[in-house]
Design a protein around this ligand. Structure first.
Ligand code: MN
Ligand code: MN
Length: 468
């Protein structure tokens, strides 16, 4: 017989806010569904290691799900599925809803760029018969983490005659890979005295790419010549063509399960492809026509501040909504003013090894579901859009009513750092916006960690939001 609850226990259960491990809430069936869903997620991570690759993958999947390229001259009706690709780096997907567009859209926005090392425009050099590429890192990285790990090279080179060459080398097991070297501990006494942020300096992130000379004669720079000759034979490029290339160096390892219980995913670029994958697959998998028009943006340039014409500080989303509004007989500002957005980006998960940076009552934890973050910013909420109590209340009840396990989050203790997302740029369009996302350990490291349950809860949350 069950023991009778004490009055205090009964009242506590009723009055206190507590959070549980998602596995204590999910059924066995849902747990295995989450594991199965993450198999697709890992594949996406392996195939989309740059914004271009992730955008291309999303478009292929969307086309397979019946989405067609947005055509401003068309009239759209409920159930129509369309996509817009912005300069091969950002994607907008939409499913037209039953309600007129002037009633607003349900929008999700995630980013598909991740921290990495970009090649400089004149990258190739030789020093003491070793060949290297110079880099300029992209986004916020702890530079020392990017040494002595296998790296791959992705991107495009546009030659002077306009030919576009796609580069993807280091991912296949038979490919060579690349590496940034570091000093041996035996000789690192002076290096250890540097502050940790300069343990490896930006100009020391040089990528080792070769070591054999071109044999014909005793010319100088013959290792560089040999490398350039290999690149010429493989890609028909000369050194000058690097000037018009976008080449990104990323970790070469694949997404893996973490833990004896296989409960987590370890991979590069989960910030923010975890929210990108969950947001766009939720839209593609919608079983019925949504009530309001459902839109998913996968944007670029978040990690460098969202500037540029593929970032969300640019007008491309606003223009798209205005163009779609015109097709539907209304105008952009009417649509935007009535719209709701889930700004989908990761948050820091609590790491027991580093407990001091997060405030335990308000931070996010692995396995407690999708994180709802009312505000971001730093030093007095500077730079945040701070969702209204009304909108937070709306999102909370939507998640509760849809069986989504969720938690609240905050990016670090007050005045201890902080960060922003695209939320503010969408809210600035007069759209109700809040941050939601998956908690991550080792964010921005070459190998980030998420919990499978949380990934699945993000998918479930976006599905519920599109249907709302
Ligand atoms: Mn992010
Ligand atoms: Mn980030």
């Amino acid at each position: 017989m069950a023991e009778k609850k004490s009055k205090a226990k009964e009242l506590k259960d009723k009055l206190f806010y507590t959070q549980k491990h998602s596995s204590r809430i999910m059924s066995d069936k849902e747990q295995s569904e989450a594991d199965r869903y993450c198999e697709g997620y890992k594949k996406f991570l392996n195939e989309g290691k740059t914004e271009r690759e992730a955008a291309a993958r999303a478009i292929i999947d969307a086309e397979q799900a019946g989405f067609e390229q947005f055509d401003q001259s068309k009239k759209y009706k409920a159930g129509d599925k369309l996509y817009f690709l912005n300069r091969k780096k950002a994607v907008i997907l939409a499913v037209i809803g039953k309600q007129p567009l002037k009633n607003g859209i349900n929008l999700t926005a995630a980013h598909i760029d991740s921290p990495r090392m970009d090649l400089k425009q004149n990258p190739l050099y030789e020093s003491e018969e070793l060949g290297f590429f110079k880099t300029h890192y992209y986004g916020g990285i702890k530079k020392y983490q990017w040494t002595t790990i296998p790296l791959s090279l992705h991107g495009i080179i546009v030659t002077s005659d306009g030919t576009e060459i796609t580069v993807n080398i280091g991912e296949d097991d038979s490919d060579p890979c690349f590496v940034v070297t570091d000093l041996l501990p035996h000789l690192a006494d002076e290096q250890y005295k540097r502050p940790a942020s300069k343990l490896i300096k930006g100009e020391e992130l040089n990528i080792l790419i070769g070591s054999r000379p071109f044999k014909d004669d005793d010319e100088s720079e013959s290792v560089k010549l040999n490398l350039m000759n290999i690149l010429y034979e493989k890609y028909r490029i000369t050194e000058k063509d690097f000037l018009s290339a976008e080449l990104e160096c990323v970790p070469a390892f694949k997404a893996r399960d973490i833990g004896f219980d296989r409960s987590m995913v370890g991979a590069y670029g989960q910030d923010d492809r975890v929210c990108a994958y969950t947001a766009y697959t939720a839209l593609l998998n919608l079983k019925s026509v949504p009530d309001r028009t459902a839109v998913c943006v996968l944007t670029d340039k978040e990690e460098t501040g969202s500037d540029g014409n593929t970032g969300l500080r640019s007008a491309y989303l606003k223009y798209f909504i205005s163009d779609l509004a015109k097709c539907c007989g209304t105008d952009g500002r009417t649509v935007m003013s009535a719209s709701r957005c889930l700004s989908a980006d990761v948050n820091a998960g609590f790491d027991p090894t580093f407990p001091d940076v997060l405030e335990k009552k308000n931070c996010a934890y692995l396995n407690r579901g999708i994180v709802v973050t009312k505000f971001t910013g730093a030093r007095g909420k500077s730079g945040t859009s701070d969702a209204s109590a009304e909108y937070v209340g709306y999102v909370h009840s939507l998640l509760d009513n849809s069986g989504v396990v969720w938690q609240t989050g905050e990016l670090g203790k007050v005045d201890l750092g902080g960060g922003g997302t695209v939320a503010a740029y969408i809210a600035n369009l007069n759209i109700d916006t809040i941050d939601v996302g998956v908690p991550v350990l080792s964010m921005h490291a070459p190998f980030e960690v998420t919990a499978k349950n949380d990934v699945y809860m993000a998918y479930k949350a976006f599905t519920a939001f599109y249907k709302a």
